[in-house]
Design a protein around this ligand. Sequence first.
Ligand code: ATP
Length: 220
Amino acid sequence: MAEKKSDPIVVIGLGRFGSSIALELAARGSEVLAIDSRPKVVQSLAGRITNIATADATDIEALRQLGVPDFYRAVVAIGSDLEASILATSLLVELELEDIWAKAVSRQHGQILHRIGAHHVVFPEHDMGERVAHLVSGRMLDYVEVDENFALVKTHPPKEFVGVPLGQSKLRRKYGVTIVAVKSPGEEFTYTTADTELSYGDIVLVSGRSDNVERFAELP
Ligand code: ATP
């Protein structure tokens, strides 16, 4: 069997989510094969994605003709049409792609995608909703849960940590979090050291258990 293309990625379903993925991958220099069943969608993206095709991803022959079996990695970004999402994912499993990502719109949808062989299931609406909930209810500038109960937060330093070298601040002992990077106004993010002293206008990246980073971000 010919070696599979390890870098190129197939993106199936070019709604808001799928087209963002395809465009971002293309912008980052990955080779992308983008597929959608609606000619209008394909036309509107054709200038920005070189390798794009109108095809029904629930048709295994169409996928074969496009060379999909040669790919190593694919994303199924069909959401509202559950039948198409499940069928397209199962065909990619049948075609033995080794790294299949699929978007789910509900927990049950996600379970089915996992059971039929998707290697990664993502819940963009759910995850973004959770993230925005953290942002609107607190003072954080950004919040990413990197694992269950472990988060990375972008926020301003609480006043008790301003003007004290981090090495002397007892930050980890008191709040169970680590400030991993700092950005002063007009500058770029840089790693912190034990000697770093924070200022009021700084933005910090804080990592730690979700409850700890949230508590830290609430400090005055
Ligand atoms: P988004 O939120 O990303 O805009 P969505 O969750 O509403 O999308 P859908 O509209 O179901 O998802 O699907 C996204 C895209 O997938 C659409 O552009 C649609 O044309 C395409 N699509 C749906 N079924 C198929 C299929 N069988 N083959 C290829 N593309 C498909």
